[in-house]
Design a protein around this ligand. Structure first.
Ligand code: ARG
Length: 464
């Protein structure tokens, strides 16, 4: 038989592909990282083909040993990837035929690259999701440990980046444990939804071979085969879901990163970032720059970009597979890699983060954070309506400001010039410690609450 185009699919072509087209069309440069999943999928597929008597046991044996050899060739950097063979699927298939001959030509029976690539990406992403979830869990663990060490360390709690009310450092850190918990939930959801096997949908319409998709699903640990062959080969929702879950993770990490940057700035000096996660300036010798935190603050840029890039590729795409979909990989791979490195880096930074209690207290005292407590006291003890209480409290703050002192440094006589009925017990209310320890409402910052919350967080997030 005469062949005029040497490609695997070259039968109906009379001239060869232009080199520019070859480069442009190929994905091997980036999809080679799917080789393990591609081989895993091919093994399960060929086992099914043999079980269904579509290929012989002998062929199955050859295919499996050939694929095993290819896996080790790629792992050992001994594999010769070729742009001419376009992608990882055809590079492997071609090599298989080189190694085992005709039996290798039977592997692609009853499948297409369309269902194959969807399966490979799902297998790959499933592993990544599991890994990222573990990374998040271990970041949560570090945050919980820090919260435990500083469950009663007082610091200003902010709204509008203005001192609002005192909180504990432990309470503040636990806020991030909650965010990361929701992030993990989103990943789990995404994993559950993606866990349906596309393989066996073939090009788009299913196949006339007597295949057993349930068998392959089971072999590859999918919960079931997909229900609709057309949907199966064109669905990349799972990648978008993952990238949007990752966007939220990156948002959360960037907020924490920004706080670390603010807290470690000279003006705040609330925390010392570990030296191992900061850099020096090439010109200003005194500097210690929070580069790691700044990068984590910046990474949502590319993570959102990746999400938007894939959403844009898919919008308006007619059923079913279009080559457009090859553009799914680079953004997806980049997002997984980026988010993983952000989480790991954040963990490293938090692990050796050292708070500076004196500076936190100084900022608290300068911020009149017990003003709300004073207003509440006037309402409950002196039966002053809240709006008036708010007004009187404002005047007391003004007085402290004039004296350049914290609220708790004011004497009762001074306060009585504004609130004549004020009694000695009012002074307790102005103490920062007492303000915090009274915030005992569910989810509040009182140190005893924080201890309870830590215990619960361990149960909720760190079990198994
Ligand atoms: N390299 C392709 C991709 O990543 C594989 C699927 C190709 N299918 C096709 N019909 N050309 O999307």
């Amino acid at each position: 038989m005469k062949k005029s185009n040497s490609k695997i699919w070259g039968g109906r072509f009379s001239i060869s592909t232009d080199q520019i087209m070859e480069e442009f069309n190929s994905s091997i440069q980036f999809d080679k990282i799917l080789y393990i999943e591609d081989i895993e999928g091919s093994i399960a597929h060929s086992e099914m083909l043999s079980k269904q008597n579509i290929i012989s046991k002998n062929d199955l044996g050859l295919i499996k040993s050939g694929l095993k050899q290819i896996k080790s060739e790629i792992s050992n950097n001994e594999f010769n990837f070729s742009v001419k063979l376009e992608d990882i699927h055809m590079n492997i298939e071609n090599r298989l035929i080189e190694i085992i001959g005709d039996a290798g030509k039977k592997l692609h029976t009853a499948r297409s690259r369309n269902d194959q690539v969807a399966t490979d990406i799902k297998l790959w992403l499933r592993k990544k999701i599991d890994q990222i979830e573990l990374n998040l869990k271990s970041l949560q663990q570090i945050l919980i440990e820090k919260s435990e060490a500083y469950y009663d360390l007082l610091m200003p709690g902010y709204t509008h980046l203005q001192v609002g009310q005192p909180v504990t450092f432990g309470h503040h850190l636990l806020a991030y444990v909650e965010m990361l918990g929701r992030d993990r939930g989103r990943l789990t959801d995404c994993r559950k939804r993606l866990n349906e096997l596309p393989l066996g949908s073939a090009a788009l319409a299913g196949t006339s071979y007597p295949i057993d998709r349930h068998f392959v699903a089971q072999k590859l640990n999918f919960s079931k085969p997909t229900e609709n062959s057309m949907d199966a080969v064109s669905d990349r929702d799972f990648a978008i879901e993952f990238m949007s879950a990752s966007s939220l993770i990156s948002i959360h990490l960037s907020r924490l990163a920004e706080e670390l940057i603010i807290w470690s700035s000279d003006s705040f000096n609330f925390v010392k970032l570990p030296e191992s996660y900061t850099t020096g300036s090439s010109i200003m010798p005194q500097k210690r720059n929070p580069d790691a935190a700044e990068l984590i603050r910046a990474k949502p840029g590319r993570i959102f970009g990746n999400l938007f890039s894939l959403m844009t590729v898919l919008k308006g795409l007619p059923m079913t597979y279009g080559k457009d979909m090859q553009e799914d990989k680079e953004p997806l791979f980049d997002t997984a890699k980026t988010i993983e490195s952000c989480i790991i880096t954040m963990e490293g930074m938090i692990k050796s983060l050292e708070p500076n209690p004196d500076k936190m207290m100084e900022a608290l005292q300068n911020g009149y954070p017990t003003a709300t407590d004073l207003a509440d006291y006037l309402v409950t003890e002196l039966k002053i309506p809240f709006r008036d209480a708010h007004h009187f409290t404002g005047q007391v703050v003004l007085l402290a400001e004039k004296k350049k002192s914290g609220l708790e440094k004011l004497t009762i006589e001074e306060i009585q010039t504004i609130i004549p009925k004020a009694k000695m017990n009012l002074l307790d209310v102005l103490k920062i410690e007492s303000s915090v320890s009274k915030r005992t409402s569910y989810g509040g910052t009182a140190p005893d609450n924080v201890l309870q919350a830590i215990k619960k967080a361990k149960e909720r997030f760190l079990k198994d």
